[in-house]
Design a protein around this ligand. Structure first.
Ligand code: FAD
Length: 527
């Protein structure tokens, strides 16, 4: 008997490479495409901020339009997950609920409760993996049931597993015609709400537009430049370019407006035609594999987004300092490079990877010694691409709590940005109060004379703050703390480290860093 199905969109807001929706259409006489807009869940569990609200609503609007073109529609039902499902399963005589399998604990818990409801009300549940390249369970199985904790080990396991599954075919009008769409009246009743309906501020509008259509357009644009794609080398991209120097696809992957498998295979095709191409970890496919790496580790690490109870994370006695945290969050550190990045993040919801490095290092092990969890929460609220596994994984990385071990390398909040943007165009754009300073002062305006500050129309300490810390003193002090932590917790630090590389090499590196520390030589890095 064909099913009467609710296809529940959670992420996966797309019609290309959507294996679960395809399976729903193939097994049903009627499919109700539903998004449950559970505000409590989105705000208190996902911590979604205004910019992401807009992006989400635009993505739903786009999905609605695309479904309509294929003869169906999207039903956005507001309310709490379980009660919405309970009501509509009964009202529509539903025999099957389909949804993408997700790996975040809160989504897993949601799926478990839907399965319990299915047992109670007599419907089946089908969930398939569509948000990552692989089913992370297969990777864990091949690694004796545990996550590979280094990228190198991870790549080794993938080499045993082979390429990811190829994307499923795009959905067509015929797929939707085979089964009945919801009554047209329902679409009217359950339309995508406007931001004003949800009281979302209209002031916070990012230049990034949500949705599958926009995501696919951006993807196509990048892929036309095959030379750029083939030679992409992440560390050579520029954190302070005025337009993204990387793909800028992360918000679309994060909500599943774009399929990572589609991107992966499009890259493979380009690589196959290129004479040479870059490789992981720095290539574009390498970036997708970083995503996959963090997904895999997060899927099997308890308390992955926390320090306490997280077995791979160093346990550090970070400072609790609400005032300093607030200054960092609101772009008032007095370091223009850091404040410009935090302003871009707040205004647009996206910043370059190395810009994320700069502000994360500054908040944690570099200057303020504030917990990475605090930074992660701010990113979670402000980033359009906020992602449970990637966000926490990278924050652990940057704070040298896990994954990253060259902790003597500390980013300088003055020199890092200057290297790729000596004129400070990026700072002038995001901190217009500083725009009239000559280039030699733009990264450290407090060094300009009173007269020069007057000429620039900005008095430091009055119109823009003095630096909140002495970077050299703070970073020297923090480096000693970090060295001590890592000596005390040597075993934990080793968990996410590749000591298999070359034991001599590691020894030399370790000796070298200890020597640097003992001579008080902090390697301040501008990677
Ligand atoms: P590209 O360089 O074009 O890469 C293509 C895709 O690969 C990205 O869209 C992303 O899906 C993936 N990717 C790239 N770099 C990484 C990485 N280091 N780890 C995992 N996946 C990666 N990325 C998020 O998607 N969500 C987050 O919440 C997030 N939080 C971060 C927090 C910190 C402190 C840091 C340092 C990085 C964080 N990143 C996060 C990773 C990375 O900065 C972004 O994925 C990347 O900058 C997005 O830009 P892009 O799409 O142009 O990336």
């Amino acid at each position: 008997m064909p099913h009467r199905t609710i296809h529940l969109f959670r992420k996966g807001l797309r019609l290309h490479d959507n294996p679960t929706l395809l399976a729903a259409l193939e097994s049903s006489e009627v499919v109700y495409p539903v998004y449950i807009l559970d505000r409590k869940f989105l705000m208190s569990v996902m911590h979604i901020g205004d910019l992401r609200w807009h992006f989400l609503l635009q993505s739903l609007e786009d999905l609605q339009k695309n479904l309509c073109q294929l003869g169906s529609c999207l039903l956005v039902i507001q309310g709490e997950y379980e009660s919405v499902l309970r009501d509509h399963v009964q009202k529509w005589n539903i025999t099957q609920v389909t949804l993408d399998a997700e790996m975040e604990p809160f989504y897993k818990e949601m799926e478990a409760s839907i399965r319990r409801l299915g047992e109670e009300l007599g419907f089946e549940v089908l969930s398939l993996v569509g948000h990552s390249l692989y089913d992370t369970k297969r990777i864990l199985d091949l690694n004796s049931g545990t996550p590979p904790l280094t990228y190198k080990r991870f790549l080794h396991i993938l080499s045993l597993l082979g390429d990811p599954e190829v994307p499923v075919r795009n959905l067509t009008a015929e797929d939707f015609q085979r089964c009945r769409p919801p009554d047209p009246g329902l679409a009217e009743c359950y339309r995508v709400p406007l931001p004003v309906d949800l009281k979302i501020s209209l002031e916070s509008l990012s230049p990034w537009r949500g949705g599958e259509t926009e995501g696919l357009q951006r993807l196509e644009q990048h892929l036309t430049d095959q030379g750029w794609v083939a030679s992409f080398t992440k560390p050579r991209t520029i954190p302070n370019s005025l337009l993204p120097s990387t793909t800028g696809l992360s918000p679309y992957f994060s909500m599943g407006c774009l399929s990572v498998r589609t991107f992966f295979y499009r890259l493979s095709n380009i690589y196959a035609q290129a004479k040479h191409h870059s490789l992981p970890p720095v290539s574009l496919q390498g970036q997708l594999l970083w995503r996959e790496f963090f997904y895999t580790v997060a899927s099997a690490t308890p308390n992955f987004t926390k320090m306490a109870g997280n077995p791979i994370c160093l346990q550090i006695n970070w400072c609790e300092d609400a005032e300093r945290l607030h200054k960092w969050k609101t772009a008032q550190t007095g370091f223009p490079w850091i404040d410009a990045i935090m302003t871009q993040l707040r205004q647009e919801g996206w910043i370059h990877h190395l810009a994320r490095h700069a502000v994360a290092c500054f908040l944690t092990r570099g200057d303020l010694w504030i917990s990475w969890e605090e930074g992660m929460k701010v990113f979670e609220e402000l980033l359009l691409d906020a992602d449970y596994s990637i966000n926490a994984g990278n924050w652990m990385w940057l704070s040298a709590s896990a994954f990253f071990h060259q902790y003597t390398r500390i980013f300088c909040p003055v020199r890092f940005g200057r290297r790729t943007d000596p004129e400070g165009q990026y700072i002038r754009k995001y901190l217009p109060i500083l725009k009239n300073f000559p280039s030699k002062y733009i990264y450290e305006p407090w060094t300009a004379s009173e007269e020069e500050q007057k000429q620039a129309g900005c008095i430091i300490g009055q119109d823009y703050p003095f630096p909140m810390v002495n970077h050299k003193e703070a970073s020297d002090h923090n480096l000693q703390l970090m060295k001590q932590v890592r000596e005390e917790q040597y075993r934990t630090a080793q968990l996410t480290r590749d000591d298999t590389d070359d034991p001599m090499e590691i020894k030399v590196k370790r000796d070298h860093s200890e020597e640097s520390i003992s001579k008080g030589k902090v390697a301040r890095m501008t990677e």
